[in-house]
Design a binder for this molecule. Structure first.
Ligand code: SF4
Ligand code: SF4
Length: 315
């Protein structure tokens, strides 16, 4: 069997759902892949579904912990690295060099920026921003999917409910076609779905500090663990709890330091309390349009999204 097919078989045996290949020539000359591995000839993307059932736990407000652990920690830190190591081993057994790349959640490209998925205190800026791959855009070049309005990778199988990792290799492997974008219709549901208003409704740009605050559960209207007297020391506490506060880095840090209603996850990641409502809103939209190829026996969204009345938090 040719190397490409053996790589696909190996990756799928390690739980990858989609595998895509791109010649390095398809990447811009200044792409980080050429700094990371100057001899790179092929970029291989492994794409894994995030279980729809785990998203549904937060959609219904019944279970939150599984999202932070299995949908993120276990996937990013166990499943993806093992799969990419196995594929890399297979490639190196053939005498080529293979360099796996998975997201480093504690690194950001710009000083002063943050990654909402990790505790802000643990985050450092990479000295050289050309040493961090663009994980979403590279998947598009590997033929895995397209970019949605809010910058997220959308696949025709699972919509935005996916995570990816890569193997860079000096083996020359036939590349796949880039997919013609056909999923994102600019409906804006992703931005509207974020109850912390972290996605700009006009540009789709993510405000990472705004996201960090609401990812962390500051919106009491969507957080069943929040003390009704929360944030007593904040003048705009009702705005914060309603998801209406506009925060900058300083205020975001104050809010996150005061937000301790849910046990922090004792690993690399911050607890996810928003359940990536942006992804859920986009998934619901794509599913209702009938454009996702992976079909389920019942719809993802079964009722109007829940929320607590803001009056519950008045003191
Ligand atoms: S919710 Fe709509 S605008 Fe946003 S990424 Fe999905 S399809 Fe595009
Ligand atoms: S829904 Fe959550 S992950 Fe998405 S932008 Fe809003 S806070 Fe960030």
């Amino acid at each position: 069997m040719e190397l490409k097919n053996r790589i696909i078989e190996c990756a799928k045996a390690e739980a990858a759902d989609l595998v895509g290949f791109a010649s390095a020539e398809r990447f811009p000359k200044n792409d980080p892949i050429f700094k990371i591995f100057p001899e790179v000839k092929t970029v291989i993307c492994l794409c894994f579904r995030v279980l729809r059932g785990i998203y549904r736990g937060i959609e219904e407000g019944t279970t939150f912990y599984q999202f932070s652990t299995m949908a993120r920690q276990t996937l990013e830190e166990t499943v993806l690295p093992i799969a990419s190591l196995r594929v890399a081993n297979l490639i190196e057994a053939e005498g080529y060099t293979a360099l796996p790349q998975h997201r480093s959640n504690l690194l950001v490209k710009e000083e002063g920026d943050t990654n909402p998925e990790a505790p802000y205190k643990s985050i450092v800026a990479v000295g050289d921003k050309d040493l961090e791959m663009d994980f979403e855009r590279s998947a598009v070049l590997c033929g895995i999917g397209e970019l949605g309005f809010y910058g997220k990778l959308l696949t025709e199988e699972f919509g935005p409910m996916v995570r990816v990792c890569y193997i860079l290799t000096d083996a020359e492997i036939e590349q796949d076609k880039i997919k013609k974008p056909h999923l994102c219709d600019g409906c804006g549901e992703c931005a509207k779905g974020c109850f912390g208003h972290a996605i700009d409704e006009k540009t789709g740009k993510l405000d990472t500090w705004q996201c960090a605050v609401y990812y962390d559960g500051a919106a009491g209207i969507k957080n069943p663990f929040m003390n009704p007297k929360a944030f007593e020391e904040f003048e705009n506490r009702i705005d914060i709890i309603a998801g209406e506060a506009k925060v900058d880095r300083k205020l975001a840090i104050r809010i996150m330091d005061a937000n301790a209603f849910y046990p922090g996850i004792k690993n690399l990641f911050a607890a996810c309390m928003c359940g990536r409502a942006c992804d859920m809103a986009c998934y619901d939209h794509l599913e209702k349009k009938g454009v996702l190829t992976k079909k389920f026996r019942s719809p993802f969204r079964k009722r109007e999204p829940w929320q607590f009345p803001i009056e519950d938090f008045e003191i």
